[in-house]
Design a binder for this molecule. Structure first.
Ligand code: GRG
Length: 307
């Protein structure tokens, strides 16, 4: 970790982030049409754009691009996949906020999709974003051998299924309000609900960039650590922001029925756990030397962010 930190010296994460985020935001704005061919169906396109283009950090697409570049791939060859991953993320947030799930009214500082467009349109906007993500990778990925594109499509599918987002969401719902949730249960939920998408972002970027299967496995493990740390940090923010910044704009509600890391490990224990996960993740990238600096800096950002 010390060696990684030394090498990171002059790297300007802010500038890297700004540049990548601008490229991703631009690509996202072009990725979904504004209208349907029947004007009365255009509300669907509007609802898709509303959630996809809402202000957000774009952590997953940026991780995807950085992983591709680590192995010598180009931003252009990876951008359709980076965009697709943000589409999947956006779908999961729309569905997560629905009355049948978390029943939230605010997301990314805006009314949730179903509050703005109605539950029917919100469900369909999520479905259409999910299918658009696969269509988008298949149609617009250029200058990459087709077998890599097939691998990306297979992994994207896997990341949403039983061993991905949907599975994680189910266990989360099943265990809500239960008294005997263990740290292992919590890890399973977060490995599936949160880490799976960060993992697939990094793995797909690496595959598109031409990484060997050993390298893909190594960066996937980095991403799993980052994903778990992301969630531990999120739980920490929930506690610190809802007590220290009560009434401010964070928009985070401490949900009393949920088991969280601070409840199981305490606040200091949770901070130590996040640090351990990030340090182990960073350690995995040390063999790549300077080229891994963006991914190392991203990992640190994950546990230093304030929202
Ligand atoms: C419908 C097939 C299907 C799957 C969806 C609802 C669901 C299943 C899964 C829930 C996934 C979920 C909401 C996970 C939480 C992920 C998370 C940490 C979100 C916050 O991500 P940030 O901080 O947010 O990157 P921004 O807004 O910056 O993108």
């Amino acid at each position: 970790v010390e060696r990684a930190e030394e090498e990171e010296g002059d790297f300007d994460l802010k500038a890297f982030f700004k540049d990548k985020k601008a490229a991703v935001d631009h690509a996202l704005s072009l990725s979904v049409p504004e209208f349907a061919s029947h004007p009365r169906a255009s509300r669907l396109a509007e609802a898709m754009r509303y959630s996809l283009l809402a202000p957000a950090k774009r952590v997953r697409p940026i991780l995807c691009l950085a992983a591709c570049e680590l192995f010598g791939g180009s931003e252009a060859s990876c951008m359709p996949t980076a965009v697709a991953i943000e589409m999947i993320h956006s779908m999961s947030l729309i569905h997560d906020d629905l009355p049948a799930m978390d029943n939230d009214t605010l997301r990314r500082g805006l009314p949730t999709n179903h509050v703005k467009y109605g539950e029917d349109i919100a469900i369909l906007a999520g479905d259409a974003l999910l299918s658009r993500s696969f269509e988008y990778v298949a149609k617009y990925t250029h200058d990459v051998p087709p077998e890599r594109i097939v691998q990306v499509l297979a992994r994207l599918g896997e990341s949403v299924g039983v061993e991905g987002l949907a599975g994680g969401q189910v266990l989360d719902l099943e265990l809500e309000g239960q008294p005997d949730v263990t740290v292992d249960d919590l890890r399973w939920i977060h490995r599936h609900k949160t880490a799976a998408l960060l993992k697939v972002a990094v793995a797909c970027g690496a595959i598109l960039g031409g990484a060997s299967s050993d390298d893909v496995q190594r960066v996937e493990q980095y991403a799993e650590n980052v994903g778990l740390a992301f969630q531990v940090h999120d739980d920490i923010l929930d506690v610190t922001q809802s007590t220290e910044e009560l009434g401010k704009t964070a928009g985070k509600d401490a949900d009393v029925s949920k088991t969280t890391y601070p409840k199981l490990l305490g606040l200091d224990g949770s901070k130590a756990e996040a640090k351990r996960l990030i340090n182990e993740g960073i350690q995995l990238l040390v063999p790549y030397g300077e080229r891994a600096i963006p991914l190392i800096a991203l990992a640190k950002y994950i546990v230093e962010r304030k929202n």
